[in-house]
Design a protein around this ligand. Structure first.
Ligand code: NAD
Length: 483
């Protein structure tokens, strides 16, 4: 039976008023696994009204009681850990271990929310003037919403919702229509923890539902994670409608390797960065810049390791790399490899036209390595979001830094070296928000803000960590004189 998804509004699952349902396929088997409503403005309005109505009572629920719901949520997430991971594999195509990693990271965000009672404190100064005290109190603001991408369908919504509601706000999630099933399961779990009606809501759909969220007068703030063109739309639209906004966009992440790096450890890390989640991470290494003599050994080792990757269905434990999200994504990625080839790059490992026995209809792209890539090529500039690694060669450290800083994106960059001076220079000079030193995927943990600069981030307060407390609360100033 294929599940026809419902929205979750005011404490119950309800049929959307959509006149269209978007098919959801398992990208490995091509099997239809769900039907996702393309919800209308009316559906969004209904959800926002419910969240708005729930706000006053929820904000006055003691923060310790609000945090108790997060303890309950955490327990159920642990109990359902494998079920959730399985749904993520089925709808997204990543491997089971990658899905487990995603769910673990999501649980860490719930852990962070549990500490909100000690994080949303204000501050006070007595006698700021004679007999006058001044206080800054943190208050929740109302209805917040998240618009989220397909690549981490379970983790990304949880970057926001737990902290937002524990701060006393109410919430609405609009997940990716390509991967709506893990949020459907998450709201089943939310239903079990028995929050007051309207505190959390779910509306499935695409651009129309997002637009309705961004324009709704009762939504006070929006967290967006997705591609850069949409992040720009979200940033501008929310600004126009007077909302707080944090918009995390796309990426083109560079990895520099110095000749003094530990080659075996570096290559193992770069492999995970470039081909983990089939390259569909916003922190995926996309271009490796081999500095000086690092070039030959690095290229040889990468080729050897990437050629041996076991590509297949994510639910099979032996699989090391799964599918990309859809056939459309496969066509787009293969087109970008061909564009790189036409621009002069050498395809030294070609994952185009890849098929896997038993999963012939699956959206597989094999690991691909392009050599001789230069800064002017599209494969060096544009986000590919697939298992494609470009190799560039830089004469020295300074040229590598220049190459990396030319990118219009600034999500992440890594350096592999055993030299502390290069490490410090790299961190200091690279214009990217997440820096890895001998780390290929520099993913901020839940208690740190998730960086991002240039066209990878629009806003000022990042997701996660102390920034999220700032984003989800306002500071009210109280000046008191008692006569
Ligand atoms: P996407 O931009 O296509 O979609 C993201 C969300 O926006 C979805 O919910 C989608 O329904 C909605 N949307 C799509 N078009 C819209 C429009 N015109 N107006 C309003 N909403 C719209 O992104 P995706 O393909 O789902 O995800 C992949 C992208 O996300 C990659 O570019 C990746 O780098 C990026 N990403 C960034 C981060 C980060 O932290 N910076 C994290 C994960 C993914």
């Amino acid at each position: 039976m294929v599940k026809r998804l419902k929205n979750y509004i005011n404490g119950r699952f309800v049929e959307a008023s959509a006149d269209r349902y978007i098919p959801v396929h398992n990208p490995a088997t091509c099997q239809l696994i769900g039907e996702c409503p393309d919800s209308s403005r009316a559906d969004v309005d209904q959800a926002v009204k419910a969240a708005h109505a729930a706000f006053d009572e929820w904000r006055s629920t003691p923060v310790l009681s609000r945090a108790q719901y997060m303890h309950r949520l955490r327990n159920i997430l642990e109990e359902r850990f494998e079920d959730i991971s399985r749904v993520v594999v089925e709808e997204n195509g990543k491997t089971r271990d990658e899905a487990r990693g995603e769910v673990r990271r999501a649980i860490e965000s719930v852990d962070f929310a549990i500490s909100v009672p000690s994080l949303m404190r204000g501050y006070k100064v007595e006698d700021i003037s004679s007999g006058i005290d001044e206080t800054a109190e943190r208050q929740p603001l109302g209805v917040f919403a998240a618009i989220t991408p397909f690549n981490f369908p379970f983790m990304v919504p949880l970057w926001f919702l737990p902290t937002a509601i524990t701060c006393g706000n109410t919430y609405l999630i609009k997940p990716s229509p390509q991967t709506p099933l893990s949020m459907d399961l998450f709201y089943e779990i939310m239903d079990e923890i028995d929050l007051p009606e309207g505190v959390v809501n779910l509306v499935h759909g695409g651009a129309e539902a997002s637009q309705a969220v961004m324009e709704h007068p009762d939504v006070v703030g929006v967290s967006f994670v997705g591609s850069t063109p949409v992040a720009k739309i979200v940033y501008e639209t929310c600004g126009k409608h007077g909302k707080r906004v944090q918009a995390q966009g796309g990426a083109k992440n560079y990895i520099a390797v110095m000749p003094d790096a530990d080659m075996a450890a570096s290559v193992a890390n770069i492999m995970g960065s470039a081909f983990g989640c089939a390259g569909q991470r916003c922190l995926a290494g996309s271009v490796v810049v081999a500095v000086g003599d690092a070039y030959e050994p690095l290229k040889a080792e990468l080729l050897k390791r990437a050629s041996g990757l076991r590509v297949g269905y994510g639910l099979e434990e032996t699989t090391q790399m799964g599918t990309v999200i859809s056939d459309a994504a496969k066509q787009r990625i293969e087109g970008m490899i061909s564009a790189g080839e036409n621009e002069g790059a050498q395809v030294v490992l070609d994952g185009r036209g890849s098929t896997i026995e038993g999963f012939e209809a699956g959206s597989f792209v094999g690991p691909t390595i392009l050599d001789g890539v230069t800064s002017d090529m599209s494969v060096a500039r544009d986000e590919i979001f697939g298992p494609v690694l470009s190799i560039m060669h830089a004469e020295d450290f300074d040229s590598a830094v220049d190459m990396i800083n030319q990118s219009r994106y600034g999500n992440a960059a890594s350096l592999f070296t055993s030299n502390g001076k290069y490490a410090r220079e790299f961190k200091y000079r690279i214009r990217a928000g997440n820096i890895g030193i001998n780390v290929g995927v520099a993913a901020a943990t839940a208690s740190f803000p998730f960086g991002g600069q240039k066209e990878s981030f629009f806003g000022d307060l990042h997701g996660q960590g102390p920034d999220s407390i700032e984003f989800f609360t306002d500071k009210k100033i109280l000046i008191e004189r008692w006569l």
